[in-house]
Design a protein around this ligand. Structure first.
Ligand code: EPU
Length: 427
């Protein structure tokens, strides 16, 4: 298996560019199912998850072409197969985002139930409640979600129990072709939701308020294929901010949008990191000691849960005691044990972890459990005494494009060691 080797690094310098947002590209691609025609997307991050979404759309009947460096073309036929198979949904949960578009366009869908993953149980009850309120007959049988609408979907006012990103997206993409007006109260406000609504509107949809807690969707009869440019990845941009925070130095992150990560910037400033907007992105500098901080993850515009693992890595070497509270996913502290193997002083208590900063970590062999946990280990390796080996980088590949090249360009000493499959002929 491939692995990463990260050596002690810093201070850093230089510029790094942000790729398109994985969590926007996946949803835009899924929403293309809503209209017959040829969609094209640019600024698509060519990571493993985008590849799985391309395969999912192909299984449904689309023809998908991925052209380097960042273009994806999805040709959606008139007739679609309303099924997303287990092999694909289990490889990437975001395949569940085809549910809303399939129900909206075809009135039926059969989508494998993804199950939990390394960060939590990840239920879908809010997706189901919203769709059922719109008249969908939805059951779970033999590991599949089977959904059917006897007539056209009907618009309703529906309040989400929690501002779930996925539930907001599935309800919105189903409602865009419904009969009447759907209102989602307590909707998720992530920038990726605003981009999805903006694309749906350019396709002919009538959606107001996306990006706020109240989204109003007036159903239309017909949508058309469009071209869309994926927004910059705020999580990747924030990861680079934290790379500079932990290793020190001064960098510019091109394409980063400070407004999409206000809370991370506020916390980093509290910890002693200087951040300012530039004409092309943001500038980050850290020369002094890092200070401890208490942080809690919350739905946008609160501190994104996807920032939490790398932030915990940064706090392991901040002076003082920090308390980190995870409010979104019930299993997201599993990666902490890998940092403890590297000498971090961290104690977890339910949804909290208490971190006592140490001057330096201790390089070790560790394992990336999920995409953001993997990023946390890369950061930790930069402030360890000896090289750190990170196994299972396949998880990191899911969310970061060319991470090794991008970080190397800033002065991080990181390499990917490619392993060759076992072959008897070698012996
Ligand atoms: N939840 C329920 N029932 C539901 C839906 C959600 O209980 O019906 C719970 C979840 O179990 C979780 C919380 O609500 O505890 C939040 O889930 P949400 O639906 O908001 O998240 P998601 O749509 O599954 C997306 C991102 C995640 C990101 C979260 C939160 C994608 C593909 N995934 O997940 O990104 O952490 O929103 O912002 O967009 C990542 O990129 O590494 C990643 C995990």
């Amino acid at each position: 298996m491939d692995h990463f080797v990260v050596q002690p690094s810093g201070p850093l310098s230089g510029k790094v560019s942000v790729s398109g947002a994985k969590n926007s590209a996946l949803k835009l691609m899924a929403a293309s199912l809503l209209a017959e025609g040829t969609f094209s997307f640019d600024n698509v991050p060519m990571n493993a998850d985008v590849g799985v979404m391309a395969q999912t759309l192909s299984a449904i009947g689309c023809s998908v072409q991925i052209a380097e460096p960042d273009i994806c073309v999805v040709a959606v036929p008139e007739v679609l197969e309303p099924e997303a198979p287990y092999e694909l949904v289990t490889r990437m949960r975001a395949s569940i985002n085809v549910l809303g578009p399939l129900i909206g366009r075809l009135g039926q869908a059969r989508v494998a139930l993804p199950g939990g993953d390394a960060i939590g149980s990840r239920k879908l009850d809010m997706h189901f409640r919203g769709l059922r309120a719109m008249g969908v007959d939805l059951t779970v049988r033999h590991g599949y979600i089977e959904a059917f609408v006897p007539d056209r979907l009907k618009g309703v006012t529906h309040t989400l129990e929690f501002p779930s990103v996925g539930a907001t997206e599935n309800i919105m993409t189903a409602a865009v072709l419904a009969n009447g007006v759907t209102v989602i109260e307590n909707a998720a406000r992530e920038p990726e939701i605003a981009q999805l609504a903006s694309m749906l509107n350019r396709m002919g949809g009538e959606i107001l308020g996306a990006g706020s807690p109240r989204i109003e969707i007036r159903g239309v009869d017909h949508l058309e294929a469009v071209h869309e440019t994926v927004i910059p990845d705020r999580i990747e941009a924030g990861t680079f901010v934290m790379v500079c925070a932990i290793a020190g130095g001064e960098i510019e992150i091109l394409g980063a949008r400070p407004d999409d990560m206000d809370m991370l910037i506020a916390k980093m400033s509290e910890m002693g990191v200087l951040i300012a907007p530039t004409a092309e992105g943001i500038w980050v500098k850290r020369t002094g000691e890092l200070k401890a901080a208490d942080v809690a993850t919350l739905p946008h515009p609160g501190l994104a849960t996807d920032f939490m693992p790398p932030l915990v890595a940064v706090l392991t070497v901040a002076e003082g005691r920090s308390i980190v509270t995870e409010n979104i996913f019930d299993g997201r502290f599993a990666f902490v044990d890998e940092l403890v193997r590297m000498g971090a002083h961290i104690r977890t208590e339910g949804g909290h972890c208490i971190i006592k900063g140490v001057p330096r970590l201790s390089g070790a062999q560790v394992r990336a459990l999920d995409v953001r946990a993997g990023a946390a280990l890369v950061l930790a390796g930069m402030v360890a005494d000896v090289p750190t080996t990170i196994h299972d980088p396949v998880h990191i590949d899911r969310g970061y494009v060319n991470l090794v090249d991008k970080l190397s360009g800033l002065g991080v000493k990181i390499e990917r060691v490619v392993s060759h499959p076992f072959d008897y002929a070698d012996y």
